[in-house]
Design a protein around this ligand. Structure first.
Ligand SMILES: NC(=O)C1=CN([C@@H]2O[C@H](COP(=O)(O)OP(=O)(O)OC[C@H]3O[C@@H](n4cnc5c(N)ncnc54)[C@H](O)[C@@H]3O)[C@@H](O)[C@H]2O)C=CC1
Ligand SMILES: O=C([O-])CC(=O)C(=O)O
Length: 356
């Protein structure tokens, strides 16, 4: 009799928590429910996804819920998080999922987070450059980074929102202004360029993409995306035509998807895969695993520019070591000069957006 009363109470509590009206009033009902389950939950890291209801955000939420290193997963967006949260929370993996809707819940979404992943913002349509997104996305990134500076200043930040070549500089300026900037903890996500490069090179070599490692340096837009084909592993040589074809295809991979989607957005599925791969590497670094190396767009002294993408070693403190470029061939040296010219302007535009 008593046991049944206890069970009924538990069911009544969970049902009340799941009312969408409660959720939208900012009462963090799923948070309370999560806390119940967290008692028995696996130890791990707390991860927030900002822009979780979007094209990238939804698939990324799914993939992060599957990561055994994640114990708590916070899904934040300005629309549709109740549905995405309810959906993802039914997966029988360890992470406890909590949803947050609208700016008044940003602080709750961020408090206590170890890693914050940001795919919030508008995507490209055919004919647009990534820089055309600056007008809208710069303000979104500023607001979200102000929230991070306030609520989880020690979190590692993975910035996906375009134009990455500018938004990383915006984030850095916001953190500097708040006095919380740690260059090791701010990482622009360029993993999709590496993922594409591995795939396209593997096609040419006729091997499994999982066996290929192509360093991609510079930035994340057009000519700033610089694949170092002379450093491909396993060591491979390419004809001039193959080098030209591969470089162009890697640099225009995003546009290839934007055009194929014909107005319905840009890469979301491959990007969610890439973001989950990169976030997973950051978490393995946080855990203390040795030898975790990925390319990322970070605060850098590799060139004269303040930010640059190269391989970095990920550890407990974030990007603990930023690797040099290594030997470049003539084709890559010319590409590097072009990349730097464009990058300088994009970085400066981001800096000025905050300093103006
Ligand atoms: N770094 C990279 O390699 C890549 C970056 N991207 C970029 O990622 C961004 C997102 O792309 P998609 O997911 O396809 O776009 P989407 O439009 O499908 O989703 C964006 C989400 O952000 C949300 N959002 C807007 N303002 C917000 C705010 N202030 N706070 C929180 N959330 C907010 C929207 O409600 C929406 O759910 C775009 O800027 C896109 O260019 C896309 C692919 C690759
Ligand atoms: O091309 C875009 O606009 C989205 C993006 O950054 C990519 O797919 O690499």
């Amino acid at each position: 009799m008593e046991a049944r009363a206890g069970a009924n109470q538990r069911i009544a509590r969970i049902s009340a928590h799941l009312q969408p009206s409660n959720f939208q009033e900012g009462s963090d009902v799923l948070l309370k429910r999560g806390e119940c389950r967290a008692k028995g939950g696996a130890p791990g890291f707390k991860v927030a996804i900002l822009g979780a209801a979007g094209g990238i955000g939804q698939s990324l939420s799914l993939l992060m819920k599957m990561n055994p290193l994640v114990s708590v997963l916070h899904l934040y967006d300005v629309v549709n998080t109740p549905g995405v949260t309810a959906d993802v929370s039914h997966m029988d993996t360890g992470a406890v999922v909590r949803g947050f809707l609208g700016q008044q819940q940003l602080e709750s979404a961020l408090t206590g987070m170890d890693l914050v992943i940001i795919p919030a913002g508008v995507p490209r349509k055919p004919g647009m450059t990534r820089d055309d997104l600056f007008k809208i996305n710069a303000g979104i990134v500023r607001t979200l980074c102000e929230g991070i500076a306030k609520s989880c200043p020690n979190a590692i930040v993975n910035l996906i929102s375009n134009p990455v070549n500018s938004t990383v500089a915006i984030a850095a300026e916001v953190f500097k202004k708040a006095g919380t900037y740690d260059p090791k903890r701010l990482l622009g996500v360029t993993t999709l360029d590496v993922v594409r490069a591995n795939t396209f090179v593997a096609e040419i070599l006729g091997v499994d993409p999982r066996e290929v490692d192509v360093p991609v340096v510079g930035g994340h837009a057009g000519v700033t995306i610089l694949p170092l084909l002379s450093q491909v592993k396993p060591p491979s040589s390419f004809t001039a035509e193959e080098t030209e074809y591969l470089t162009n295809r890697i640099q225009n991979g995003g546009t290839e998807v934007v055009e194929a989607k014909a107005g319905a957005g840009s890469a979301t599925l491959s990007m969610a895969y890439a973001a989950a791969k990169f976030a997973g590497a950051c978490l393995r670094g946080l855990k203390g695993e040795a030898g975790v190396v990925e390319c990322a767009f970070v605060d850098s002294q590799v060139t004269e520019l303040p930010f640059f993408a190269t391989k970095v070693r990920l550890g407990r403190a974030g990007a603990e070591e930023v690797y040099q470029l290594g030997p470049l061939n003539e084709y890559e040296r010319i590409g590097l000069e072009k990349a730097k010219r464009e990058l300088a302007g994009s970085i400066q535009k981001g800096v000025e957006f905050i300093r103006k």
